[in-house]
Design a binder for this molecule. Structure first.
Ligand SMILES: NC(=O)c1ccc[n+]([C@@H]2O[C@H](COP(=O)([O-])OP(=O)(O)OC[C@H]3O[C@@H](n4cnc5c(N)ncnc54)[C@H](OP(=O)(O)O)[C@@H]3O)[C@@H](O)[C@H]2O)c1
Length: 248
């Protein structure tokens, strides 16, 4: 008998060719879920993640889709349902970070960031509200920066705060189908997104803000996502779960 806690479940994780998303698909797969690996342009990396999962006995498919607009999101859900016949777990993880002062932010950067970080999760949640199985799980990846006053982070933090509010409202709207909706809010996690544009000294300073004197790693986040995806978290909904090693 198979005792894995997510056996028989189908999980879609946006932006899972690398970073936190990759660790999430690998973790959900180890728990027995079949996974959809979504990516924007890193087809080689997505194929490598799929190959690593399938060679370990798991089930995975890599699907390209730009999740910053409705067309890509709808196609991603259509293909997922065509391939696996159902969807039980959605993790809205794809995201970008642009840091610039309010005074210096151009309109096109504002629009691009909000399209990927908020419009994408919103319309993926819409698809899930219509098509996810009863008892399903929606997990949005937010950020610790919503609790901070970091110069340069206005649009990034605002996009994540919007995701938090979407999480709270959707939890109430969809609760009668026993679907839970939660946000996971990481502090600094050692990925390409974090390292971009930072010196080692800046990364060290961030690490020192955590109680454990290190940066988070993607697996620290994936483990909490896996908890929320399972039955043990059935009474957790509409919550922002901060996973940051005591960073804030
Ligand atoms: N790292 C941190 O310190 C940190 C902290 C708090 C929150 N977060 C959040 O955690 C999430 C993952 O961050 P990360 O650090 O793992 O980022 P990352 O290493 O830069 O990876 C980003 C992933 O998102 C995908 N992606 C980007 N734009 C996309 C689009 N339009 N459509 C589909 N996929 C897209 C990328 O695909 P390609 O490979 O094809 O480009 C990649 O798989 C983000 O929402 C981020 O805001 C990160």
């Amino acid at each position: 008998m198979d005792h894995k806690k997510l056996s028989g479940k189908i999980a879609l994780v946006t932006g899972s060719s690398r970073g936190i998303g990759r660790a999430v698909v690998e973790r959900l797969s180890r728990e027995g879920a079949a996974v959809v690996i979504n990516y924007l342009s890193s087809s080689d990396r997505a194929d490598e993640v799929a190959a690593a999962i399938t060679s370990g006995g798991g089930t995975a498919v890599a699907l390209q889709a730009d999740v910053s607009g409705i067309e890509g999101i709808q196609r991603l859900f259509d293909k997922t349902l065509e391939h696996f016949g159902r969807l039980d777990i959605l993790v809205n993880n794809a995201g970008i970070r642009i840091t610039r002062t309010v005074a210096d932010t151009p309109e096109d950067e504002f629009d691009r960031l909000f399209a990927i970080n908020f419009k994408g999760p919103f319309f993926a949640c819409q698809q899930a509200a219509r098509r996810i199985s009863d008892g399903g799980r929606i997990i949005n990846i937010s950020s610790a920066v919503t609790r901070m006053m970091l110069p340069g982070y206005a649009i990034y933090a605002a996009s994540k705060a919007a995701v938090d509010q979407l999480t709270r409202v959707l939890a109430k709207e969809i609760g009668e189908r026993q679907v839970t909706v939660n946000a996971v809010c990481p502090g600094p996690v050692d990925t390409e997104l974090l390292r971009e544009g930072k010196t080692e000294a800046q990364l060290q300073a961030m690490a020192q803000m955590a109680a454990f004197n290190r940066l988070g790693n993607a697996e620290d986040i994936a483990d909490v996502v896996a908890f929320l995806a399972g039955d043990d978290a059935r009474w957790v909904t509409g919550q922002m779960i901060h996973v940051n090693g005591g960073y804030i």
